[in-house]
Design a protein around this ligand. Structure first.
Ligand SMILES: [Zn+2]
Length: 483
């Protein structure tokens, strides 16, 4: 089928047709985490969405280079390291490990390259130098170099702000009473305290500001212009606005990025997640109660740029929905494997199988499923198509009207869906076939017992135990019990 992909672009404020700059190649940069704390479920929303979206694009033949930075030098890291009395470098490394491990558990495995900010100090210094030469950067003595937002005439284009509205996006590193405009941001901060990490530069010992890390890394890999940039909605301003200003000022080319993708906020029971409210939920807290598949499904069930509210009742819904899919796939697996059993002739119990409208229904479901993903990656609509297909197929299953070939096709469709979303644990859908394996073992054990071959029957009992069942011999025959 032909795919015309559209995606909501913050820069234009509408759904734009996806036309990469170079054929089927897409260069994507997504802001990674600042490694000063454990990754939380707000992070999961952004990274699970981009993981699924990239997997979808790749499944359509796009060659996506997915680059993500890791901010391993920052005020927050220095502050936290001071509190914990550990070197900032060690703290950053420990939390980077936590982050990458959480992503691995969540099967977020589409990132082509993780780039640590401190590995690109040379590139950062080079960008600051160019900005200084071109008159966009200015010096504040004993403080650092700052970007003058009033010098860049397109400032505010991404976030729809003006220079005078820019003051609310100031973080600690950007604070200085001597700035020209209140919204000016730091490019290079001179070393202030003895135990602070710092690097040599032609303009003095210091460390980079936050925004310049991203443009130095993206320029290194993609050049002055690239296809797509993503991150959480909270990064639009000042972070992404600053990136646009820096890079376009450096290169003189516009736009820095063609498509800006921002994921919606995640709230917890209607409230913002914060430590002071006591609702701060790390990914590992969450995974103590739920599976990675349940977490992924929570993150992609809403439209990616809409808000998402995490509540206990939504998790109940999610569990039920995923169980429904698994239960359905267990039945499908059973029918699918019927053709492998030679015992029954095909026409006996499945005489009417295949004579239904399922082929057409499946085809339409596939078309509609992808149509919704193509249209702004509308997962709620796509999943609705999937659940409708389950509902209609279940009716046919009740009447035993599905052929193994049809079951095979349906199974394949769900496998394809899962390659993008990873929301189904296929091990659970194979419960029936595992049980039939065990059944065969049990029959074999009975045979050996009748022959009084106790050693062989005992070996099989151990094999069954390895698969998680205990055999109990009762007067009416053996019974299996889950260990
Ligand atoms: Zn960033």
């Amino acid at each position: 089928m032909k795919h015309n992909l559209k995606i909501y672009n913050t820069l234009t404020g509408k759904k734009d047709l996806l036309k990469p700059m170079h054929g089927k190649n897409i260069n994507l940069f997504v802001c990674g985490v600042t490694v000063f704390d454990f990754p939380h479920i707000g992070h999961a929303r952004t990274y699970v969405f981009f993981d699924s979206y990239v997997k979808y694009l790749r499944s359509l033949g796009f060659k996506v280079f997915y680059l993500q930075n890791i901010t391993n030098i920052d005020d927050k890291i220095i502050q936290r390291a001071r509190e914990k009395r550990v070197p900032p470098k060690d703290l950053a490394l420990a939390f980077e490990k936590e982050y990458l491990n959480a992503m691995k558990i969540l099967k977020v495995n589409s990132v082509s390259k993780y780039a640590r900010a401190t590995n690109y100090i040379k590139e950062i210094i080079n960008q600051v130098q160019i900005l200084e030469k071109k008159g966009f950067a200015y010096l504040i003595e004993n403080d650092g170099y700052y970007f003058n937002i009033a010098k860049f005439k397109n400032y505010g284009k991404l976030a729809n702000r003006t220079v005078s509205e820019a003051e609310d996006g100031v973080s600690r590193i950007d604070y200085s009473g001597k700035k020209i405009n209140r919204g000016d941001f730091c490019l290079w901060k001179f070393k202030q305290e003895e135990n602070e990490p710092s690097w040599k530069s032609p303009f003095g010992q210091g460390r980079p500001g936050w925004h310049i890390e991203d443009t130095a890394i993206s320029e290194k890999f993609f050049g002055a212009q690239y296809d797509m940039h993503g991150g959480g909605r909270d990064l639009i301003f000042p972070h992404h606005e600053a990136e646009v200003s820096q890079m376009e000022a450096i290169s003189g080319k516009r736009p820095l990025v063609k498509y800006w993708l921002h994921t919606g906020f995640l709230t917890i029971g209607g409230q913002k997640m914060s430590k002071s409210l006591g609702n701060f939920t790390t990914i590992s807290d969450f995974l103590r109660r739920y599976t990675p598949e349940q977490l992924r499904f929570l993150m992609v069930k809403n439209l990616w740029h809409s808000p998402l509210d995490y509540t206990e009742s939504i998790m109940v819904e999610i569990k039920i929905s995923l169980e429904k899919i698994e239960e359905f796939l267990r039945k499908i697996t059973e029918i699918k494997s019927q053709k492998l059993k030679v015992k029954k002739p095909a026409h006996s119990s499945t005489g009417v199988a295949g004579k239904n409208n399922l082929d057409k229904l499946l085809k339409n479901s596939e078309i509609n499923f992808y149509k919704h993903l193509d249209e702004d990656f509308n997962t709620p609509k796509a999943f609705a198509v999937m659940f409708d297909l389950i509902k209609s197929t279940n009716k046919l299953l009740e009447k035993n009207q599905i052929s193994s070939k049809q079951a095979e096709k349906i199974y394949k469709f769900f496998e394809t869906i899962n390659k993008v979303f990873d929301i189904i644990d296929f091990k659970k859908t194979k419960k029936q076939s595992i049980a039939s394996d065990i059944k065969e073992l049990l029959e074999l054990r009975e045979k050996y017992r009748k022959e009084q071959n106790w050693q062989a029957s005992d070996e099989i009992r151990i094999k069954i135990a390895q698969q998680g069942y205990i055999v109990k011999d009762t007067p009416s025959g053996p019974l299996l019990e889950k260990i």
